[in-house]
Design a protein around this ligand. Structure first.
Ligand code: GLN
Length: 507
């Protein structure tokens, strides 16, 4: 029999339904897996007692015939989501000791449907980053090994504070991606402001979807850039992602940008025919210096969809090249405003000073890491009276043009757009340093457009790099048409074949 943590989420659900395993057994297996994998740094807080209590309650509901769609399924929660009475710090020092008195709407939806919480997952501080290296709790290692590395070498590197040389799992949802890929949980919540679900999914051979803006409630999710942030799942395959999203999504009167539209049963879209669906291939995504293997992956994806009956058309999204610079104005602007609330007065860290002004300064200087400070400074600058028109207003105008590019493509009958998910495979921890932040920002070149336009985007593994590391493709859809993305992604997943993880080296 397979180990209980080898199940996919759908398999675990079916095993529970057929009484092959109990929720408690399934949870115990995952708790043991987490304890064995501490070297990865994926979890910042483990909640085994709470998990076992939730699992026992799930078993009781199953016995009474009252099981929900996720009954007894153990999952991980990104530290960005408020979890009642449990550590919630967005992996920042400034939220030191914060345990919210409330539950985020998305996690509340998951518990309503019977899911079990294993703990809180590591992430880049305030979700700012593409490598999970900006976390106050240290970096997360990918379960994938750099080419030529032995298990011993990896274990030695993982035991050090900075885990240098191991691969990044991507960011900002690096803990979510690493934990899912390493079979520490059946699925995880994540969040995506400019790519933080799709890029880590692509780097770890997992599946992630950023739904349409407004599909999931942002209530109780620590805000980074409110007009771009969206919740979504990372899971080991397309079906598992569809199952999780159905539970996470839904209208919430507590979030004014949440959309009051029924949530479809996304799982039904899996296996649906894609015959005659029109897939756009945007020529502007063939960026300079793109590695040959990414180009080849993209062409293979095109062929797989064509073979399954889709019609492939070349499209143009002419404002693509402005998306990244515009994003790095809009996102820091909103962040500088959202993060103004962390002042040492009401909650979190407080570093004393001679007067209140100095207390604010000391608290913020000590509480925020370098990347977050950089974003706050950029944001305050582009919103300042003298530069507002030159930067912020222009970036907003570009945002409108980017959205129109997509609208034009969809109006011409395109059902979805296929692009690479990332410009490269995972890189090493410590490889892209603070010396040139733009190098890190370039990771988001294929993903930020989707947030700027509020569209749904899904990353699905599609092959391996020359070094044997996962590479992903991205599917971009019409607003609120996540179903088409699931149908198309399943075709890619089936064609790519199973992408197995290397043997666990961490225990
Ligand atoms: N990497 C991007 C950034 O640093 C996106 C982050 C995200 O989606 N949360 O802003």
């Amino acid at each position: 029999m397979t180990q209980l943590n080898e199940f996919t989420l759908a398999q675990a659900r079916d095993a529970i339904a057929s009484k092959q395993v109990s929720a408690v057994e399934l949870t115990q297996a995952h708790i043991a897996a987490i304890e064995n994998a501490r070297a990865l740094g994926a979890f910042v807080v483990e909640t085994p007692d709470q998990a076992l209590a939730m699992a026992a309650a799930a078993d009781a509901r199953i016995a009474k015939g009252e099981a929900g769609p996720l009954e007894g399924l153990p999952i991980g929660v990104k530290d960005l989501y408020a979890t009642k009475g449990v550590h919630t710090q967005a992996c920042s020092h400034i939220l030191d000791g914060f345990k919210p008195a409330y539950e985020s709407s998305v996690t509340a939806n998951l518990w309503r449907d019977g899911a079990v919480m294993l703990g809180k997952l590591n992430m880049d501080e305030f979700a700012m980053g593409s490598s999970n290296e900006t976390s106050f709790y240290g970096p997360v290692a990918s379960p994938w090994l750099p080419a030529g590395w032995s298990a011993e070498k990896a274990r030695a590197a993982a035991a050090t504070k900075d885990k240098k040389g191991l691969l990044v799992p991507g960011g900002s949802s690096g803990g979510s991606a690493s934990a899912v890929a390493a079979h520490l949980c059946l699925g995880a919540t994540a969040s995506d402001t400019g790519g933080s679900i799709r890029q880590p999914a692509a780097f770890t051979g997992t599946v992630g979807i950023k739904p349409t803006y407004g599909r999931c409630s942002r209530w109780g999710m620590v805000a980074f850039a409110s007009s771009l942030d969206q919740a979504g799942p990372i899971a080991r395959n397309v079906r598992d992602c569809a199952i999780m999203l159905r539970s996470m999504a839904g209208y919430d009167p507590k979030d004014t940008t949440s959309v009051d539209a029924p949530v479809p049963d996304y799982e039904k879209a899996i296996g649906a025919s894609i015959k005659g669906r029109k897939i756009g291939i945007p020529k502007e995504y063939r960026v300079d210096g793109m590695p040959e293997e990414i180009d080849a992956l993209w062409s293979r994806g095109v062929e797989w969809l064509r073979a399954a009956g889709a019609e492939i058309v070349e499209i143009s999204l002419p404002h693509t090249k402005y998306a990244l610079p515009a994003y790095y104005i809009v996102a820091p602007a909103e962040a500088s405003s959202n993060l103004a609330r962390y002042d040492g007065v009401r909650y979190g860290l407080r570093v004393a000073g001679r007067d209140i002004q100095e207390m604010y300064e000391n608290t913020r200087a000590e509480g925020f890491g370098p990347e977050v400070r950089r974003r706050i400074m950029i944001g305050a600058y582009v919103l300042s009276a003298g530069y507002y028109d030159a930067y912020y207003v222009r970036a907003q105008k570009i945002r409108t043009l980017i959205r129109r590019d997509f609208e034009t493509a969809f109006a011409a009958g395109v059902d979805a757009i296929l692009t690479p998910a990332t410009p490269s495979a995972a890189f090493g921890i410590g490889e892209k340093t603070n010396a040139d932040p733009v190098e890190m920002y370039l990771n988001d070149v294929f993903t930020v457009t989707v947030n700027m336009a509020g569209l749904p985007g899904l990353a699905v593994p599609a092959g391996l790099s020359k070094d044997g590391l996962p590479l992903g493709l991205q599917l971009i859809g019409r607003p609120f048409d996540e179903e088409t993305l699931f149908s198309l992604a399943q075709v890619v997943e089936d064609a790519a074949g199973r992408i197995d993880l290397p043997k666990p080296w961490w225990s």
